[in-house]
Design a protein around this ligand. Structure first.
Ligand SMILES: NC(=O)c1ccc[n+]([C@@H]2O[C@H](COP(=O)([O-])OP(=O)(O)OC[C@H]3O[C@@H](n4cnc5c(N)ncnc54)[C@H](O)[C@@H]3O)[C@@H](O)[C@H]2O)c1
Length: 255
């Protein structure tokens, strides 16, 4: 039985993972962490102990899954590194300094970081790279549009940035990322990728990578209809990381 510590357990994703793990035999959540931990006292869905911060946790775990907030990531990274606990890091919106710290910690523990844990988006990353190789010298402009629910804190989404990075890694010469064009009056240069964010309602997550050429447009598109696709990926990633040696892993390793 693989024992999981769940950071951000009272959030939207925390709840979906808690419900999913209940139905799986070889993995269990032994404890959770959430700054709103008191709410767990009144919620029968939480059958495990929930603590306010990593330093309060008493249970021993085999792997940690994090779906919290960028503000909580330093604390959980520190805890996992000290405890030699593999970490599935799903929180998005990390700063460059935090990404550096993730790299440093991966010298001590196994870390799987992915802006999107779903199988479909990980395929979309590969397709975007493939389309870039085929189209970059054929006069196609590249734009990325992402849509998410109104509660999302970071913009653009981590997945939109990962898609732009996948394009750039495949391209012969790198593109610049543009997040707003409202301050300028000029034609779009061919060397940029525009990344636009829509926020509203309960949209789980939509990503379009648009290759716009003369008289034809190719759109690679992914829509998430439920959070369970991320939860399933995170659970698979936790099983994969169990007993893995230190290093940085991605969903491509799991799939
Ligand atoms: N990688 C992926 O596939 C994927 C998929 C969905 C969401 N996400 C990311 O996961 C994160 C969480 O998403 P969500 O929709 O569950 O958000 P949410 O706001 O519903 O939940 C976040 C939870 O973290 C808790 N939290 C915040 N700060 C904390 C702290 N300092 N210590 C402990 N707990 C803290 C909050 O109380 C909340 O319960 C976001 O960054 C989101 O972008 C990633």
């Amino acid at each position: 039985m693989i024992k999981v510590l769940l950071n951000g357990c009272l959030g939207a994703m925390g709840l979906v993972i808690s419900e999913l793990v209940e139905k799986i035999n070889d993995i269990e959540i032994v404890a959770g962490i959430d700054r709103k931990c008191k709410e767990a006292d009144f919620n029968p869905k939480y059958t495990y102990a929930v603590y306010e911060s990593p330093s309060d946790v008493k249970e021993e775990a085999d792997v940690c899954i994090d779906f919290s907030s960028a503000l909580a990531v330093d604390g959980i990274l520190d805890y996992c590194t000290k405890k030699k606990l593999p970490l599935v890091l799903c929180t998005t919106g990390l700063s460059n300094e935090q990404l550096e710290n993730v790299k440093k910690s991966s010298e001590t523990i196994a870390i799987l970081r992915s802006a999107n844990m779903s199988i479909g988006v990980n395929l979309l990353l590969k397709l975007a790279a493939q389309a870039t190789k085929a189209l970059e010298d054929k006069g196609f402009d590249i734009e990325i549009v992402e849509k998410h629910h109104s509660r999302k804190l970071d913009a653009p989404s981590g997945t939109a940035l990962a898609l732009a990075d996948a394009v750039n890694e495949a391209a012969e010469s790198p593109y610049d990322y543009i997040f707003s064009r409202s301050e300028r009056r000029e034609k779009r240069p061919a060397t940029e990728i525009g990344i636009s964010s829509v926020r509203g309602g309960s949209i789980v997550g939509e990503h379009d990578v648009i290759f716009a050429g003369e008289d034809e447009v190719i759109t690679l598109s992914h829509s998430a209809y439920s959070r369970s696709i991320f939860a399933k990926g995170a659970v698979e990633a936790a099983k994969f990381l169990y007993n893995k040696k230190a290093g940085v892993y991605s969903m491509f390793d799991v799939l």
